[in-house]
Design a binder for this molecule. Structure first.
Ligand code: NDP
Length: 332
């Protein structure tokens, strides 16, 4: 069985050199543990931060050790009274084809309620991030204008749809015409801007004739500056991500439009989804309900094969994904 290790810490954009495939022995579970077969794993932009040797809200990955993250797996052998062979579980697990985990770190998921992959996407961490960042910090009100960057991705696609549910005018910013087509025609966004081919400030000004009340920040940099320049009085900015700077060798500058923040008495607030861990049941329940009612749609870009995990991760920085990027490692 294979594991994926961090071979060395990247400088700038990571590449295949930063990963190492290692053959390892099949692990054996002890009392209270289970042996798991990895079915799906998620690659996420925040993992780039964990490749740095720096203090953050999650511990850095270690060189020559397996990377880890959200995984959906099947129990193939159980030494736990809580799990049976054949159960499907989710946990924060090592990147390996088979792994051992303690029962305390796993949650059983029911494949009959929703596809098992949704627990890594719309019903999981990215969905919760969209839900709490937009509703708790963004506080969108009916008739307001909400702008979201990274709009066709796992978080952004959910943000825009929740803003529509709340009766807002929604404008999404993304990196290809196909993605703009998707957010407008499939997800019901009012307008879309391709930041690679359009002047974002000008296009935003046209798309937001009444200004911007909520800017949900996923990318930072010049896109963030353009949105902040068009804020209305008492606008809110949930600062969720800044993917445009994750591969920078030097720290990026802050927002270069402070005067606009002052003039508009805007609230700009960073957050991590874990801030809301005591409300995850509420988030999962509401997202599940909207999904069932057909008010939320989702897309998953699924790459097949454990050997393609690094590629899938690198693709996040090139925008190869629509919706949640996942890797299918094995069939149940
Ligand atoms: P996505 O599914 O949105 O994938 C990343 C997307 O970012 C790509 O598809 C690409 O789309 C876009 N992108 C890549 N490079 C750039 C760039 N230089 N400028 C603009 N866009 C770029 O990922 P997630 O939905 O998982 O995450 C979105 C953001 O939310 C990230 O910044 C992430 O770090 C953050 N996040 C924060 C959390 C928190 O707790 N605060 C939790 C989860 C995510 P395109 O084709 O449009 O360029």
């Amino acid at each position: 069985q294979r594991q994926i290790h961090l071979a060395k810490r990247p400088e700038g954009m990571p590449s295949m050199e930063n990963f190492n495939f290692v053959e390892a022995d099949m692990p054996t579970p002890k009392d209270g543990e289970v042996l798991l077969k990895t079915l799906y794993l998620t690659v996420d932009p925040y993992m780039r931060g964990r490749m740095r040797d720096a203090k953050s809200y999650v511990a850095p990955f270690q060189i020559n050790e397996p990377l880890n993250g959200g995984v959906v797996a099947e129990v193939t052998e159980s030494k736990s009274s809580q799990f049976n062979q054949g159960d499907i579980v989710i946990g924060h697990l090592s990147w390996e084809e088979y792994t051992v985990a303690n029962e305390k770190h796993l949650r059983k998921i029911d494949p009959n309620v929703a596809p098992i992959t949704t627990h890594l996407g719309i019903l999981g961490m990215p969905g919760q991030t969209a839900y709490f960042g937009l509703l708790d910090i963004g506080q969108p009100k009916e008739g307001e204008t909400v702008v979201v960057s990274g709009a066709a991705g796992a978080v952004g696609s959910v943000v825009g749809q929740i803003a529509k549910i709340k009766g807002c005018r929604v404008v999404g910013i993304a990196g290809s015409d196909d993605k703009i087509d998707y957010i407008k025609n499939e997800l019901g966004f009012d307008e879309g801007i391709n930041y690679k081919t359009q002047d974002v400030y000008k296009a935003l000004k046209d798309a937001c004739p009444n200004g911007i009340d909520v800017y949900y920040e996923n990318v930072g940099g010049e896109i963030g500056d353009a949105a902040i320049s068009l804020l209305n009085k008492f606008a809110r900015i949930p600062v969720c991500g800044a993917i445009s700077s994750y591969n920078n060798k030097e720290a990026d500058l802050g927002p270069r439009v402070q005067t606009k923040l002052i003039q508009s008495s805007a609230l700009m607030k960073g957050f991590v989804v874990g801030d809301y861990s005591d409300r995850f049941n509420e988030g999962a329940e509401q997202l599940g309900k909207w999904l069932q009612e057909g008010k939320l749609k989702y897309e998953e870009t699924i790459v097949e094969g454990f050997e393609n995990v690094p590629d899938a991760f690198l693709g996040l920085f090139e925008g190869t994904n629509v919706g949640k990027q996942l890797v299918k490692v094995a069939d149940p």
